[in-house]
Design a protein around this ligand. Structure first.
Ligand SMILES: Nc1ncnc2c1ncn2[C@@H]1O[C@H](COP(=O)(O)OP(=O)(O)OP(=O)(O)O)[C@@H](O)[C@H]1O
Ligand SMILES: [Mg+2]
Length: 235
């Protein structure tokens, strides 16, 4: 589905991602975890074409999309939920959701909006509210809902838990799992390692621009280094 090989990302002379290889298969929920500055956002931005100073390759369903501009990649139905949500603050909830569907010409847009409301009922109650006045959790729901409105074949998410209260994070993660179980593969960047590994099928641990460990979530939760460094557990 999504195959990233030897991806390198540089900002001028500084290299942030040093050749990473990862994949997401049909139906999978995969998490990319790691501390501040590890290179997670850079990786997502390179995959989605937001930054172009990259080496290596990115393939979506066998098609090479490396260095393709981000609008072309979006048209291939790769949806991104960016770090910090980035809802259109001055538009209302309905308009934000409609923006997610702007590339679509099919007749199921309204149906998908109903799907979003089933997942996040609060958005239906707030259709006319300006997105900028929603709570952090509601904005995250809206950002995810907007991605669903694109009828994506894969969704990439950058730290959906950022700045949210623990109970809100749990409910958002539950929704993310539901979306995935409805058949949409997801690559989710997270710093909340414990919760991310609890919902994901597989994980990659990124440190200083490289993948330090990878594996099934259950195995990573038992991994000594992951427990010590990311779960704060002493032996
Ligand atoms: N536009 C930029 N110009 C120069 N350096 C950058 C730029 N964006 C990111 N970097 C650097 O690249 C490295 C990786 O940053 P990145 O944002 O990918 O990390 P991250 O894993 O997403 O961190 P966080 O969890 O804090 O969001 C950092 O050292 C960062 O300072
Ligand atoms: Mg980041």
């Amino acid at each position: 589905m999504l195959t990233v090989k030897n991806l390198e990302v540089s900002y001028g002379a500084i290299r942030a991602v040093h050749g990473i290889t990862l994949n997401v298969e049909a139906g999978e929920l995969v998490t990319l975890i790691g501390n501040n500055g590890a290179g997670k956002t850079s990786t997502l931005k390179a995959i989605t074409g937001v930054i172009s100073n990259v080496k290596g390759s990115v393939e979506l369903n066998g098609e090479n999309i490396t260095k393709m501009p981000s609008d072309k990649i979006a048209a291939k139905k790769m949806a991104m939920v960016p770090e910090g949500r980035r809802v259109f603050a001055g538009m209302n909830v309905r308009e934000n959701l409609e923006m997610g569907a702007y590339l679509r010409r099919d007749s199921e847009v309204q149906q998908d909006m109903e799907k979003v409301f089933t997942l996040f009922p609060v958005l239906k109650e707030r259709l006319k509210q300006q997105a900028g006045t929603l709570s952090g959790g509601e904005q995250q729901m809206l950002a995810i809902g907007r991605a669903i409105m694109a009828k994506p074949q894969i969704i990439l998410m950058d730290e959906p838990s950022l700045g949210l209260a623990p109970i809100v994070v749990e409910s958002i993660f539950e929704s993310i799992k539901n979306i995935n179980l409805q058949g949409i593969p997801i690559l989710m960047v997270e710093q909340n390692v414990f919760l991310a590994l609890n919902v994901a099928d597989r994980g990659y641990v990124m440190e200083n621009g490289v993948i330090a460990v990878e594996g099934m979530s259950q195995d990573l939760l038992q991994n000594e280094m992951v427990q010590r460094v990311y779960l704060g557990m002493e032996d």
